[in-house]
Design a protein around this ligand. Structure first.
Ligand code: ZN
Length: 488
């Protein structure tokens, strides 16, 4: 039977590195891009007798995340050891949270702008629906293993980095929703300053599980899990593949067994790793080295740090700057771009034009040069100035694009100076009118043709005025004056 005759149930476990200066249980520096095995100490190397010390800031950020997502924080939260032996975890256990995590329940909004571009959703509605969460707990990240032919290298710099695990209920129903869930969650993390949530850098990773059952059947089908998916589009591809695979097997009468598979994005298929029979038994037990956390004062402190959430921000952009909903959606979907826009728009008379420039010209230039908005050489103030001189008529839209090119190579220059360097200055109307008079007198034959009704030659006359002028005026203004002088 067709795939649409099956009900699809998807659950996600999202791991998110928290942006902290130091690791979860020691004072080693946390972060990306350092010489391997330089940010380590006896605690994060799992040396016998070394004792952990809690990173309070990581606990605060986790509780803040829970607050943003409507979770409940229990009065007391505790730490548990999850036992397993692997080279990336030198203690042979991971310090995690089992039954009293920092956040319980809650829900993640699926923002309409977070769906893939080819999914059909009503983008006028800010939130399509909410996905229920099971809980959020805090743990430590494992070290990083890099595999070569017959040996592997391990870098313990990452080992012990605070890692938040956001566990959803089995409440997602399609690959498109899963994509939107990850995108919404990513923007919420950036919004709250909790994580940069860059999936390419491994700051956010996810495990997905999916089961199928025929419509009408109550109990869920066997859960198949896919581990360590590292992009939103990979999650969508993996789920599309896995749903089709399971449906095809169910059609042929092959029952599914609970198992873990590995998604190979390059190959475009999932490969079975282990089934339930050989699943891990982690033998969790309460960590004797860490006292439980009494959360009351932390909750009270964090309450004052609630950021503006993306749907509220979208509404504000529309109201405060008069932006069309589609522009507000685009800006809210990228917290960095949105911050840039607000910095430029705050002092501008033309915020809608600023949004246009940010969304179109600036984004296109950034994409072409493979830069992120954080590395954009054109400052928000310079862009606001560029829009201002365009609005004043000192440069036309096309000339403004040339000015943008100059600003790109000369960070720190104002748009007015960049325009002047190209010969574009505020038009001296008196001088311009004199030039126009001369051009009209010198081209009486063309003037006669235009007056006879052939307006195509107006462009040619504008061109002649432009050529005769220094500094270069805005061609739009030249045409306006020309038309007026010709009585058109
Ligand atoms: Zn350490």
């Amino acid at each position: 039977m067709p795939v649409s005759d099956y009900l699809v149930t998807i659950g996600l476990e999202v791991h998110c590195q928290i942006k902290t200066q130091t690791k979860m249980f020691c004072s080693c520096r946390a972060g990306f891009g350092y010489e391997p095995n330089t940010n380590v100490c006896p605690t994060c190397l799992g040396m016998p007798g070394a004792l952990p010390v809690l990173n309070e800031y990581a606990i605060e950020r986790t509780i803040l995340t829970g607050m943003m997502l409507g979770c409940r924080t229990p009065e007391v939260s505790k730490w548990d050891r999850k036992n397993y032996f692997y080279a990336d975890m030198p203690k042979n256990y991971q310090t995690s949270q089992l039954d009293l995590p920092l956040c319980i329940g809650g829900r993640v909004p699926l923002y309409s702008w977070a769906f893939p571009a080819d999914a059909s959703v009503d983008t006028d509605e800010p939130v399509v629906r909410y996905v229920q969460l099971d809980h959020i707990h805090l743990e430590e990240d494992a070290a990083k293993l890099t595999h070569f032919g017959n040996y592997s290298l391990v870098d313990y710099n990452r080992g012990g980095t605070p890692l938040m695990e956001i566990v959803s209920a089995p409440d997602l129903t399609s690959p498109d929703e899963t994509y939107a869930y990850l995108k919404s969650l990513q923007q919420l993390m950036i919004c709250g300053g909790i994580s940069d949530a860059d999936m390419e850098k491994g700051q956010m990773r996810c495990d997905v599980n999916v089961s199928l059952r025929p419509r009408g059947q109550k109990e869920l089908g066997a859960k198949i899990e896919m581990k360590n998916i590292n992009s939103m589009s990979a999650a969508r591809r993996a789920l599309n593949y896995e749903i089709a695979r399971q449906a095809e097997e169910l059609d042929r009468g092959i029952a599914q067994v609970q198992s873990t598979r590995r998604w190979d994005d390059a190959l475009g298929e999932s490969i079975v790793m282990r089934t339930k029979e050989n699943a891990h038994d982690y033998r969790y037990h309460t960590c004797p080295d860490l006292v439980p956390v009494h959360t009351e004062t932390i909750v009270a402190k964090v309450r004052g740090e609630m950021p503006e959430l993306p749907d509220a921000r979208r509404q504000r952009l529309v109201q405060q700057y008069g932006l069309p909903v589609s522009d507000a959606n685009t800006l809210v979907a990228d917290a960095g771009l949105c911050a840039y826009f607000e910095a430029a728009a705050s002092s501008s008379q033309a915020p809608r034009k600023i949004a246009n420039w940010v969304i179109n010209n600036l984004t296109a230039a950034l994409t072409e040069k493979e830069l992120s908005i954080a590395d954009c050489p054109v400052s928000p103030a310079a862009l606001a100035d560029l829009v201002a001189i365009t609005e004043e008529g000192i440069v036309s839209n096309n000339q403004a694009r040339e000015v943008l090119d100059v600003l790109w190579t000369k960070p720190g220059m104002s748009a007015t100076d960049a325009a002047a360097s190209l010969g574009y200055r505020k038009t001296d109307t008196g001088a311009l009118e004199a030039t126009i008079e001369t051009v009209l007198a010198d081209n009486a034959d063309m003037v006669a043709i235009v007056k006879g009704g052939n307006l195509k030659l107006v462009n040619a006359l504008t061109g002649k005025v432009m050529k005769a002028s220094n500094p270069k005026p805005n061609p739009k203004i030249v045409t306006e004056i020309l038309m007026a002088k010709l009585g058109l």
